[in-house]
Every structure is written in structure tokens, then in C-alpha cells.
Design a protein around this ligand. Sequence first.
Ligand SMILES: O=C(O)CCC(=O)C(=O)O
Ligand SMILES: [Fe+2]
Length: 267
Amino acid sequence: MTLTEKQIISFDQDGYLILRNLFSQKEITVLQTEAARIAKLDTEGIIKENKTSTPKIMLRMHDPESPTTSPAYVMAARLPRVLGAAQQVLRTRDLYLHHSKINIKGAIEGSVWPWHQDFGQWKLDGILEPNLVTFMIMLDEATELGGCLHFQPGSHRLGRIDPQWDQSTAYNFYSTPTEDIKRALKQGRKPVAITGCPGDAVLFHCNLLHSSGQNLSAEDRRQVYFCYNPTNNRPREVDNPRPEYARSTNWEPVQLEENASLLGSKI
Ligand SMILES: O=C(O)CCC(=O)C(=O)O
Ligand SMILES: [Fe+2]
């Protein structure tokens, strides 16, 4: 798959691009099965939902050196329809993964992600330029009731807004301060719910304002995120860097696997 000029313009204008039915049911079954296997591991890089034993975030599946590695995810990050699309919107071939993760928003218990820009945190990781893109894959149906993502189209053009350390939810992280997000929502475009089916995928810019609500449905909502950064935008040294699973120091470009398949992937 190659993105069309129209799709690239749409990404540049909106800060995101939805790609429907990018993965077959068989491929999604492989990724789901691997996600279920990783969820049972007791290792670093798996962050639990508050007071429950259910993983909320599982990181670094793409990396053969990681305890959470999975051949299917190593391969997924190299597929032309994934890595190739990231290369096209970032207009460069040499990309490494700043991190990869599966976010599990468990039925009923899976909690809110307040409005934020991913580059709020990533700049603090030592990355200078907002030139990263995230490739997200839906493993389950994403519904409004189930806490799908919401994007504010075009908000990546605001540039980075200084974030605040936010301990208001189950996962402490840097979110956009309330007054700033209120202003952006009042002045900018109307937020959209990123609903979809297993196998749908979404590319989004690192300065795009996004959030997701509580999962009030009876179904888990799992989504995969591959966060690509050009190798020439690798982080500068910072004091107390985040762990390897959240801020990779493997800056080798991810290699395209032209004939890769997730079915029976054996990396
Ligand atoms: O999975 C979600 O609902 C949001 C996750 C997110 O925005 C993030 O991990 O940065
Ligand atoms: Fe995010």
C-alpha cells in the first residue's frame, strides 16, 4: 500500500489519517492472541490499571531484546503498510521506534486519558523536533461507550503546549493544562470520535490534541501504538531518562520487510 497525495494532504491538514480495513481478521487474531499472551507476563514494561491486576499499558513488543517481545509485533512494525505509511507522512526513510505499546482499556474499569499531545512528554524525553508520528491499530471495536480516542482535527498546528504533570487518573502522565485545552476546544475545530472495527488503523501527529474516556461498555478496548521518530531527531541526553521501554535508545532504523506476513511471522 502507498498513501495517495490526497491522503498525505489530509494528514497534513487534519493531523491524522484513518485507514479502514488495513488488517484482515486472520491478522488481527494473531495480534490479539499475542496481546493476550503478553498480558499474562510479569515483567517490566507492563503497567497495571489502578488497584487491579489488569494491564493498562504493555510496552516494547516490537523489540526482540524486550521481555515483552512478540514476533508478530516485530513484524507488524516493519510492514510496508505500517512503516511505509509512516515514512511517507514524515517524508523520510530512516525511522526508529521511540516506543511501541498496546493500550488495554478494560471493560468498565478502563479509565480516562485526559487531553494531551504526545510531544508534551516526548520533548521532555529529549526529542527536539515535533516530527514523530504514531501508527495505531484497533484490535477491538472502538466505540464511544467503550472509550475510543477523540481527536481535535488540525490541533497539531498549534504547536506544543507546555504540559502539566497530571495525577488525576489511573495513569500519571503529562496532560494539557485545563485552561489551554478549554481555549483550544473553544477556538479550534470540533473534536471527532475515532470509532472503528478491528483491523482499522490511524496515523496521527505527535502534536495532535487527543483524549479518551472511561470504558463504560462490557467489552475490552485494545489498541496498538507504534511511535516512529526520524533517526536524526533522536533524543538528546536528559537527566533521569524514562526507562528503555518508554524511551528507546535503539536508534537503528526499522527495516521495511517488503514480503512480510503476520501469519506465521517468524522473526
Ligand atoms: O489508548 C488511549 O485511549 C489513549 C492513549 C494515549 O493517548 C497515549 O498512550 O498517549
Ligand atoms: Fe497520547
